[in-house]
Write a protein that binds this ligand. Structure first.
Ligand code: HT7
Ligand code: ZN
Length: 876
């Protein structure tokens, strides 16, 4: 594929006024007739041709103003239709007829079939697999859709917008028509047809409009859609209250399908979801599943304003809708659950995924400036770092300023395709704050490193804080400018209270936010009565790495006293990190691993503190993952040593805290009816953590086996199975539990995905053979993306010792899978490949083996643009 550049943007020559589509559905041969009304944009040359995008299409008819086009007036290939000698009269009408084959569409882009249901996925460039069209996000029009299909098997005929009507068409066929009055780009088009069950409800908007809500699932699964419906209604209400945004059609529909490349898609009025993010009940869904469903339902719904009503001018602006909408769904979840615990989980995820991406060969700015394959830019940088950039704007402007800026953005750009500049300008104009330096967050890749030193002068009663920022080089960007970094902070006194300094010099400090804008900057606080302990980057106000040689005593002070719970968690994890790093190095060097007793006591003190909510304590006791430790160590990583070192720390904490873990394990046993709420989830999370530690202190699987036998909800059942499989992989109890689980959930593929994932993450060399055997299991289905991600994806992304076998067999397995999947589903293949994005941080033997596997992929004859783009960047 060729390189597309942001700098080359120019608007389309032709304005699309209306789009009318008629589908005659047939599994192997669907006829699509597109009637498009265009006019020439003023100033465009009279002889400029109309160029439409296609992808693997064949044209079966072309009319210009309803007359068949002569062959001399157009040129057509599978990916392009150029029409010349256009009518001088403006507007004019182009009718394009194509015949497509949904059944053989295994890429899951465009119109495809999943379990007998017709379904579409058009973002980013799937619409051009349906018909020739100006398939770019800045070409918007109202759509009228007519769907004709056999009645048998297709009682439902759905599309975007409001239902116009339907009825019998001809012998055995019926039709339905839909109209979406809100101009939209083609990537938001959707069509679904088939036979599904439905859950219905209504929502009345703040202005009194009644909206019909429908969630479609496979027959029999209706009861499992109740939680999604509840989450949808809460999302609709929240967007009205928090952002003043109401829904704008008389119907909102969600369809759950089992073959889907990502989580879900925000098509206007007709969201399509991976069924994993709709279906839940206590028997089959974990608390994490419930939280994901709530977040993704909200995310797609919030796109109605941030993405649909205001869309993106071009795909470089993807963060405009994705970063902002992630920020909105994060805030929603924080309001529905515990804000601090939600923030801790977000930051853990950000560091594990985005910081990893940002420090490797796939690093790119939140708004990239070039791409070869847009599908590869639906990244954690665009989404999660994009959300953090939005959060920083809110931090800089305060809640009121942020809301004013959002209101102005909606007011100015409703119905338009906007840019990051438009977005930032709305905040500048609404508040008067200059965000020109801040905008570097969109263009500079890499995680800034801020180095901190402090000094207290008791005689002068001054506290000085020196900060220095450095943004590391990333692919294509060697020199960087200093960024505007908003750092929330507090000075904590000896008694644990906050010290309010009287004056500060050296830079802007507004309220609890310190603005680091220079490469290096020293802030001096005066009238500080005692030596304070600095709590910096509270709430993770900026997505940065801190290098701050803070003493263990100061960290323990923050962990004990900070009024910001997030900062307490951060301090504990800062206390643990050097211990985990040293443990890994000791294990690598064959030394006995020693564990700092101060860390052990701080953790157990937190564990035993019943004043702290259980969910927080669960987070505090969940040590950094092996991948986190590898990232902190920075290079020359040996996953076996990291695993051994981390386990030694777990064991030390487990032994010292045994009685507390046991007490909590007993006290937190479920009482009463299961509820998927935050409080219940918190108790289950802490109980699960206790079980993990107890298993590390004990040599018998009995306790975990009993937990497995007694569990009355999936959160505890799956965790007990994980503990059995990971800690006692060969025990009879484990084999029996694995077999019982598979039998019990034999007919539920989404639950079997957990069974695949748990086994794919059993640490150690033997994982490879297990994964290979599971790929041959009749319950596995290599054609289904969820199955592939659960088994192969989880092995590569989440089993550091098993995947990074020193003989390279893990990498070879992944390479072979990628080459097998690529011809069928390039998006899935390319995403799996990113599991190797940190290969250069491995010790030399493993790095060499990883490179050889990547070489095997580059050497393959026919690579998709998706995989070719990723593998080439990884090897550069
Ligand atoms: N906007 C969507 C992103 C998307 C996608 C979804 C499903 C399949 C392919 C896709 N390509 C891009 C999802 C979202 O962020 O809400
Ligand atoms: Zn999104």
């Amino acid at each position: 594929g060729q390189v597309i550049r942001l700098a080359d943007y120019s608007p389309a020559d032709f304005v699309l006024e209306r789009t009318d589509l008629t589908f005659e559905l047939d599994p192997r041969s669907t006829k699509v007739e597109a009637r498009l009304i265009f006019h020439r944009r003023p100033g465009v040359a009279a002889d400029a041709p109309l160029v439409l995008d296609g992808d693997e299409l064949s044209l079966s008819g072309l009319l210009i103003d309803q007359a068949e086009a002569e062959a001399s007036r157009y040129t057509v290939t599978p990916d392009r239709l150029e029409i010349r000698d256009l009518p001088e009269e403006s507007p004019f009408e182009i009718t394009v007829v194509t015949i497509i084959d949904p059944e053989s569409n295994t890429q899951l882009m465009g119109l495809y079939r999943t379990n007998g249901v017709y379904c579409t996925q058009c973002e980013a460039e799937g619409f051009r697999r349906i018909t020739y069209f100006p398939d770019r996000p800045d070409v918007l029009s109202p759509f009228t859709i007519t769907i004709i299909a056999e009645k048998a098997g297709n009682p439902l005929l759905l599309s975007n917008g409001n239902f116009l009507g339907g009825g019998n068409y001809d012998e055995g066929r019926h039709f339905a028509a839909w109209f979406d009055p809100h101009p939209k780009p083609s990537y938001l088009f959707a069509l679904v047809a088939g036979d599904l069950g439905v859950v219905e409800d209504t929502f009345t908007t703040a202005s009194g409009n009644e909206v019909a809500l429908k969630i479609y699932v496979e027959h029999g699964n209706e009861p499992r859609a109740a939680y999604a419906m509840d989450a949808l209604k809460r999302s609709m209400k929240w967007d009205e209250e928090r952002f003043g945004r109401e829904y704008d059609l008389n119907i909102f529909q969600i369809v759950a399908v089992s073959d889907f490349n990502m989580g879900a898609m925000e098509n206007k009025g007709l969201n399509v979801f991976n069924d994993k993010y709709v279906l839940a009940d206590p028997e089959t869904a974990t608390d994490a599943d419930y939280a994901n469903i709530e977040a993704i339902i909200a995310h797609e719904y919030f796109h109605n304003w941030t993405g649909n009503r205001i869309t993106c001018r071009d795909w470089f602006q993807l963060c405009l809708k994705e970063g902002l909408t992630v920020y909105r769904d994060h805030e929603f979840s924080a309001d529905q659950r515990s804000r601090a615990v939600k923030r801790i989980a977000e930051v853990r995820h950000l560091k594990a995924e985005q910081f990893a991406e940002d420090s490797g060969p796939l690093a790119h700015p939140v708004r990239p400036e070039t791409y070869r394959e847009i599908n590869n830019f639906y990244t954690t940088t665009v989404y999660e770092k994009g959300s953090e950039v939005t959060r920083m704007i809110a931090t800089l402007l305060g809640d009121d300023g942020f809301r004013k800026g959002m209101d102005l953005y909606f007011e100015r750009h409703d119905g338009e395709a906007a840019t990051v500049e438009d977005f930032v300008k709305s905040f500048e104009d609404a508040t008067g704050r200059d965000l020109s330096q801040f905008k570097l967050w969109y263009s500079q890749a890499g995680t800034p490193l801020v180095t901190v030193s402090t000094a207290y002068d008791a005689a002068a009663r001054t506290f000085t804080l020196s900060l220095e920022q450095m943004v590391p080089a990333t692919p294509g960007q060697s020199a960087k400018q200093p960024m505007h970094i908003p750092l929330k902070f507090a000075l904590i006194g000896e008694n644990g209270g906050e010290i309010a300094p009287t004056a500060v010099s050296g830079g802007e400090v507004s309220g609890d936010v310190l603005h680091l804008t220079e490469r290096s900057q020293t802030f001096t606080f005066t009238e500080v009565p005692d030596r304070p302990v600095l709590s910096l980057n509270r709430g993770f106000s900026a997505p940065i790495n801190l290098s701050f040689d803070q003493s263990g005593a100061d960290l323990a002070h923050i962990a004990r006293h900070d009024s910001d719970l997030f900062a307490r968690w951060q301090a504990l994890s800062d206390l643990a990190l050097p211990v985990l790093n040293k443990a890994a190095n000791d294990a690598r060097d064959g030394k006995v691993v020693s564990v700092d007793p101060a860390l052990v006591s701080a953790l157990i003190e937190t564990l035993a503190n019943d004043k702290l909510e259980p969910a927080f304590r669960a987070q505090a006791l969940s040590l950094a993952s092996e991948a986190d430790i590898a990232r902190e160590l920075g290079g020359n990583n040996n996953p076996d040593a990291i695993h051994a070192g981390r386990n030694a720390v777990l064991k030390a904490v487990a032994e010292k805290g045994f009685s507390t873990f046991e007490r909590l394990y007993k006290e937190l046993a479920p009482k009463g009816v299961f509820a998927p709420d935050a409080a219940g989830a918190g108790r289950r999370a802490l109980r699960n953590v206790a079980l993990t530690y107890l298993a590390h202190a004990e040599e018998s699987p009995a306790r975990a086996a009993e937990a497995f036998a007694e569990a009355d909800n999936m959160t505890e059942l799956a965790h007990a199975l994980t503990v059995l499989a990971h800690r006692f992989p060969e025990a009879d109890e484990t084999l029996a539990a694995l077999a019982a689980f598979a039998t019990r959930f034999d007919t539920n593929p989404l639950v079997l995905d957990k069974w695949f994932s748990i086994q794919a993450t059993i640490p150690g060399e033997a994982a490879l053979a297990r994964v290979e055997a599971l790929m041959k299991d009749p319950r596995f289905n290599a054609q289904n993306p969820n199955r592939v991600r659960a088994l192969v994806g989880t092995f590569a992304f989440a089993n550091p010792t098993g995947f990074n076998r020193v003989d390279g067999a893990g990498y070879r397995l992944l390479a072979d899978q990628i080459l097998a999947i690529d011809p069928r589903n390039p998006q899935l293949a390319a995403r799996l490949l990113t599991a190797m994005r940190s290969w250069r941080s491995l010790e030399p033997v493993r790095a060499e083996a990883a490179k050889a596997a990547l070489g095997k992929i580059t050497g393959a004859k026919q690579l998709s643009a998706d995989v070719a783009d990723i593998v080439e960047r990884m090897l550069k």
